[in-house]
Design a protein around this ligand. Structure first.
Ligand SMILES: [Zn+2]
Length: 307
């Protein structure tokens, strides 16, 4: 058994403009760092399939899917919000990103891999059931979690989100769904300005003030996430793996370093091992300083390969 890395060349073709921090080079930076740190040979590479539209419908309203499909331009850009656009490849990239998450979920549940990382874009955790926002079109992690529950018959899954931004889309999809425990930490107040008051008891939200460092984050995780996860006993863990809380990342204002992502991943692996047969599917969310992103993802994946 091994760790799988799901990606696809279509995810590199999605482009929101030269100035945009959520850029195609992010995936190249990850690939380069995995090779440089000799982690790449430990991984099994899988091409992300296009998602089946029925999978999207487990989270998103048909109007949302139809709207994005109709909006996808033949050339140039179509605006969704001030920071979110589609080019002619975005629709397929989004179908690959969600497809990666679902395929990885099947492979891990089937026991073909211990765990998997989806190196995909666009990211997903801001996408709500009926709207795209904040660089996100479809909520990849939410779609995969619903697949695990509704199609694969799991009864409890946890979603862990350590992106610097609150995963409002995932919260909107699962607030009140007792089959799901979502553990989030995020800078607050900060985009998208939600999460400080959780929408439901199955949301364990840890808002962190700007400039919070890793030591404070670890204390909060020990106090808030771990006991909730221990009580919930998830059968599988999904990770919204954003790395924009890194101290070198200018988009966020937190102070994490690679060792903090290593620690976080170890905690997730320990819970997964105890309750979930080790089953983890982790999907890339944010992370915009290319060097810090590459190093942090490499650290995260290295822990997954050692789990
Ligand atoms: Zn983010």
């Amino acid at each position: 058994m091994a760790t799988a890395l799901y990606s696809h060349p279509d995810c590199v073709l999605h482009d929101m403009g030269e100035w945009h921090p959520e850029c195609p080079r992010r995936l190249q930076a990850i690939e380069d760092q995995l090779i440089a740190s000799r982690i790449d040979p430990l991984l099994v590479h899988e091409d992300a399939p296009l998602v089946d539209e029925n999978e999207l419908l487990r989270v998103h309203r048909p109007e949302h899917i139809d709207h994005l499909r109709a909006l996808a331009p033949v050339d140039g850009y179509a605006e969704i919000d001030a920071d979110t656009r589609m080019n002619e490849h975005s629709w397929r990239a989004a179908m690959r990103a969600a497809g990666a998450a679902v395929a990885a979920t099947d492979a891990v549940i089937d026991g073909r891999y211990d765990n998997a990382f989806c190196s995909v874009r666009p990211p997903g955790h801001h996408a709500e059931p009926d709207r795209a926002m904040g660089f996100c079109l479809f909520n990849n992690v939410a779609i995969a979690a619903r697949h695990a529950l509704d199609v694969r018959g799991l009864s409890r899954v946890a979603i862990v989100d350590f992106d610097v931004h609150h995963g409002n889309g995932t919260e909107a999809a699962f607030a009140g769904d007792r089959r799901v425990l979502m553990c989030g930490l995020f800078q607050h107040p900060f985009y998208p300005y939600s999460g400080d008051t959780p929408m439901a008891p199955n949301m364990i939200n840890v808002p962190l003030a700007a400039r919070t460092n890793g030591a404070t984050m670890r204390e909060a995780v020990d106090m808030m996430w771990i006991p909730a996860l221990e009580t919930f006993k998830p059968e599988m863990i999904f990770v919204s793996a954003g790395f924009d809380a890194h101290r070198e990342d200018d988009l966020g204002g937190l102070g994490f370093v690679e060792a903090d992502y290593e620690w976080l991943t170890m905690q997730i692996c320990a819970i997964a091992k105890r309750y979930a047969k080790g089953r983890i599917v982790s999907c890339l969310e944010g992370g915009y300083n290319l060097s810090a992103l590459g190093r942090s993802v490499a650290t995260h994946i290295k822990v997954l390969t050692e789990a």
